[in-house]
Design a protein around this ligand. Structure first.
Ligand SMILES: NC(=O)c1ccc[n+]([C@@H]2O[C@H](COP(=O)([O-])OP(=O)(O)OC[C@H]3O[C@@H](n4cnc5c(N)ncnc54)[C@H](OP(=O)(O)O)[C@@H]3O)[C@@H](O)[C@H]2O)c1
Length: 331
């Protein structure tokens, strides 16, 4: 297979996991890394045996001949960094949530299309074997027609106005950071809702530390989703069909097991083991798309990111979650 030249922007917590899983599928390294802090870039490059490192993002993008850049910064930087890559003719895999609002996303997608580049939001859980198996079973009709989803994601984080989880100028709040996962599951299972009713508790900084929403779908379905950074919740997911259900126990987003609960009372435990953190499946999917010259990934198409962003915009509107970026509407 052709060797894809990867660059990484912003080598923090998630970038370390990404680079660590990279070694599970490749005997070569990621090409380069760039950080605002050259020592952080150097340490990252040393650890994962990268051939080059930079103390400036643009310098890496202009000096290296990269096929794709993985953007791993806090949410509020995704737009400007993705735009910089696309402007320079480089494809992008961008961490979730891909932008702060849908106006920003639409501008990036237009730019990617104009420049003929690949662009994808890093919705990595879609590629995990657990969900590959679950969606195979759904498509086989194993639990009948899907009529509901119930999923939560919650952990306790002490309030810290500087942390990216709380600071609005870093895209703080539970919805954008972890609420996106239950929303993604609901969207994959049930499509786009025709009604959303959301509630949230806001910190003094006007971002949500807890959010709950109920979504209703044309085809006789309901979803109930919750995200919180105030409490450790079960973080489990249920997908209900009219002939059974799936239960993915906590932490469901990257669980290596799930249960099939049939209407007749039978239960099946399914194992989906893998090594590492699970990012290798997303890395392979992106590389396959690049080799095939695709502009979007069939499993995470642009329309999926637009649907998620539109729903998060609506939940924010209903609950009063605001960000500095809201002042700039790119539509
Ligand atoms: N896919 C997943 O499983 C997963 C898990 C966790 C997070 N994420 C996503 O990944 C992104 C990064 O999360 P993280 O926890 O890895 O972040 P992080 O460790 O706090 O920060 C990552 C990098 O972002 C830059 N950065 C951090 N704070 C900054 C600030 N105040 N101003 C400018 N740059 C700053 C730094 O890059 P430099 O080194 O260049 O300064 C830092 O090394 C988020 O969008 C999050 O939603 C995804």
């Amino acid at each position: 297979m052709v060797s894809i030249r990867w660059g990484i922007i912003a080598p923090g917590r998630i970038a370390h996991k990404f680079a660590s899983d990279f070694s599970l599928i490749h005997n070569h390294s990621i090409t380069s890394v760039a950080s605002t802090n050259i020592e952080r870039a150097r340490a990252f490059a040393d650890k994962y045996k990268l051939s080059s490192f930079y103390g400036d993002y643009r310098e890496m993008l202009t000096k290296e001949k990269l096929d794709v850049v993985y953007i791993a910064s806090p949410h509020s930087f995704h737009f400007e960094q993705a735009k910089m890559c696309l402007d320079l003719g480089i494809s992008v895999l961008c961490e979730k949530p891909v932008t702060i609002h849908s106006g920003q996303l639409k501008q990036l997608l237009t730019l990617a299309a104009e420049n003929g580049l690949f662009f994808m939001e890093a919705l990595w859980t879609v590629f995990l074997p657990t969900y590959t198996q679950i969606f195979e079973k759904i498509n086989n009709g194993d639990i009948g027609s899907i009529i509901g989803v119930k999923a939560d994601f919650g952990f306790h984080m002490p309030f810290d106005p500087e942390s990216r989880l709380f600071n609005p100028s870093l895209g703080g709040g539970s919805l954008l950071d972890i609420g996106i996962y239950p929303l993604l599951l609901a969207t994959l299972c049930l499509g786009y809702p025709n009604e959303i009713k959301a509630l949230a508790t806001l910190t003094e900084l006007q971002v949500d530390d807890e959010m709950m929403a109920i979504l209703k779908y044309n085809k006789r379905g309901l979803a109930q989703i919750q995200s919180t950074i105030r409490a450790n919740t079960r973080t489990e997911a249920f997908i209900f069909g009219d002939n059974g259900s799936f239960w993915v126990p906590g932490r469901w987003i990257d669980s290596q097991i799930f249960y099939v609960l049939k209407s007749d009372g039978q239960e099946e435990l399914v194992h989906s083991p893998w090594e590492g953190f699970g990012y290798q499946f997303q890395i392979s999917a992106v590389e396959k798309c690049l080799v095939q010259g695709l502009s979007e990934c069939p499993l995470v198409p642009h329309s999926l990111s637009i649907q998620l962003m539109n729903q998060m915009d609506e939940i924010r509107k209903q609950t009063g979650i605001v960000y500095p970026e809201d002042a700039f509407n790119y539509e």
